[in-house]
Structure formats: C-alpha cells, structure tokens
Design a protein around this ligand. Structure first.
Ligand SMILES: N[C@@H](CCC[C@H](N)C(=O)O)C(=O)O
Length: 344
C-alpha cells in the first residue's frame, strides 16, 4: 500500500484534504476520511493525532477518527487518542463517524467496523430540537479482567473495595471492548482531586492496568438518571466518554437491579445522552448509546512536499453549536440542581 510519500509524489507534492471537527457531548474529534486519498500508515496516523489534537498548535481535539474502507460493513472507524495511542472503541466518536458515513453514502441504518466488532448504527429522532442524533451499539460487554487487561487475583471485579486504590470506594471493571473502571461517589468525592490522582496513577506504569484504563466517577441523580465524569486513557479529563457512560449505566443498573430495555439519562460535563441496556438469553448483550453527533467546523489540511505535518486552514463554522449549547445549558442547570458543588 502506498504511503504518504508515494501519494504525494503522485500528486506533484501537494495534497489538500478537507476534514470535519465534530463532537458527541463535547467529546471532540477530527474526522479524516482516508478514502479521500490520504494514504498513511499507523505511525503516521499516531503522529497526525499528536499534532492535530494539540489545542495550542493545531485544530485541537480529544482524538482523530480515521474512516477507511471495510470488507464487512459500510465503512471502518479507527480512533486515535490525542496522545497518539489507538483505542479499540469510541462511543461518542462512533456517533460522529456514523453521521459522517450516513451523509457521505446516503444511508441511515447500517454497520461500522471497529477494531474488535462490527457495530450497528442508526440515525434516530433528535434528542433536543433538531440536533443530529444517532444510536450506536456498544458491544461486546466483557467482565473477565483479562479483557481489559486488569491484573488482580480474581476473575471479575464488581462493586468491590481494592485497598491499594482507595479504602472505601467500591470499584467495578469491564471492557466494551476498551477498558473501564467505575465507582459510585458522593458530590464531595466527585469535586475532590481524588479522580485525577487515581486515574493518573493507573495510567502510569503500575502492577494492575498494563494498558491503561478509563476511570469514571458516577453520581446517581434519580431513578434511571446518573452523572458521569471520566478521566480518559490517552487523553485526560474529557467532557464525556461514550463507552464510559454506557458502561456506567450498566453498572448502575446492576447495582440497583434496574430493569433493562428502558432509557437511562446519563448527564455529563458536556450535556447528556441516553443509554439502553439490552439482554439476550438473560446475559447482558449490548448497550445502545443515543446522543448528538454535532459537526462544528470544516478545515483543510494542506500537505506539502512529502511532509507528514500539514498546514491547517479553517474553512468555516457550521453554526450547529448554537443549538447544541441550548441543550448543554439546560443539562447543566439540571445537574447543578442535583450536584450544586459543580456550579462553577
Ligand atoms: N471518548 C471515547 C473513548 C476514546 C478511547 C478511550 N480514551 C480509550 O483509550 O479507551 C468514547 O466516547 O468512548
């Protein structure tokens, strides 16, 4: 397969690629459609993520979604975090990729190939006013600790104190299939520095998580309503993490013996989504993650003279953010009514 250099030579050393800046619950991503002629290898994908996600130097984002051809689905989505690491899945990103593919190919209900699963996606009724809204499948759901991986002398971890991590918090771990560690906290614990301290230690070299982990603090709000804040592997704190919100809604349902098949409102620092847990033959099978897929800006990447790092030109803002902000403000007011300590 040709690499960037070979492609550049073929195009006389200049190549412009248009890209979209998008977000799901303000978890923001740059969408790069490789089928527009950008041919890069994995090292170059990681380098581009490091550069283009830098909020000081370039566009700025939590990650890049690379859209490529698929032999088993409408298209394939690969997600690279802002630190250049590749993740197996990205829930908020899959909604943005789904919208991009839907509008590119004129489809509304289809599947997208990801690193470890082909997942169903669908354009659905808007969550608020006419915000573009998509439902995406989050699966597989894996509780065996080897799937994360997490080294503990036990098969699974559910609602359990691990003294080496904290003396009172109870933790649950699962992979969907990226790794998540979830604990229910009080408002006081949420606004303390505890989450950053724990998440940074578990994403530095340690004896438990050899490939890092996304760490979520959950505050129950009401029946079928939770607030989730996540420190993401490979990124840090984000406004929201789709796979984390999905995983947290599942753990909350398990803790409360909640019924499956009904929407759970998951609030976050960037707004809100809905999660619906599905069982099959009495086993947790998948979670539907339903939320916005907002496109905020268009950019052009101008590659010159075989250089990997492009110059970046802002083409236009789409104007969609104004509507999303109305939903985000309404969500904030609701959250502050339950967790006043979050009101800045
Ligand atoms: N924010 C994404 C998750 C992106 C990958 C994650 N940081 C990881 O490394 O597992 C989401 O919405 O799920």
């Amino acid at each position: 397969m040709a690499t960037l250099n070979q492609t550049m030579k073929a195009r006389g050393n200049k190549m412009n690629i248009s890209v979209i800046k998008s977000h799901g619950s303000k978890n923001d991503f740059i969408i790069i459609d490789e089928q527009k002629g950008l041919i890069v290898n994995d090292e170059q994908r990681a380098q581009l993520a490091l550069y283009l996600c830098d909020r000081q130097k370039a566009i700025g984002a939590d990650g890049i979604l690379y859209i490529t051809e698929s032999g088993s689905a409408q298209a394939k989505m690969r997600v690279f975090n802002s630190d250049g690491s590749e993740a197996s899945m990205c829930g908020n990103g899959l909604r943005c990729a789904a919208r991009y593919i839907a509008e590119r190919d004129g489809v509304q209900k289809f599947s997208v190939e990801t690193m470890k699963a082909v997942l169903a996606v669908e354009k659905v009724e808007s969550l608020y006013e006419d915000i573009p809204t998509y439902a995406v499948e989050i699966s597989p759901i894996l509780f065996d600790l080897a799937s994360l991986p997490l080294q503990l002398n036990q098969e699974t971890l559910f609602n359990q104190i691990v003294p080496e991590w904290h003396d009172t918090l109870r933790f649950s771990a699962l992979a969907v299939p990226n790794p998540h560690l979830i604990t229910q906290v009080t408002e006081k614990e949420l606004i303390s520095g505890l989450q950053q301290e724990l998440a940074q230690s578990l994403n530095a070299p340690n004896q438990w998580f050899t490939d890092g982990v996304n760490v979520s603090f959950v505050v129950p709000l009401d029946q079928n309503q939770i607030f989730v804040r996540t420190f993401e592997r490979g990124v840090g704190f984000t406004s929201a993490c789709g796979t984390a919100m999905s995983s947290s809604s599942l753990i909350q349902a398990m803790l409360t013996n909640g019924e499956t098949g009904i929407p759970i409102d998951v609030y976050n620092d960037g707004g809100r989504v809905k999660c619906v847990i599905h069982k099959k033959e009495d086993q947790f099978h998948h979670i539907d993650l339903i939320g916005n897929a907002t496109f905020t800006d268009e950019y052009t990447l101008e590659f010159n003279d075989n250089e990997l790092i492009p110059s970046v030109k802002h083409v236009k803002s789409t104007g969609e953010e104004i509507i999303y902000q109305r939903m985000a403000e309404a969500s904030k007011e609701f959250i502050w009514g339950h967790i006043p300590g979050l009101r800045k």
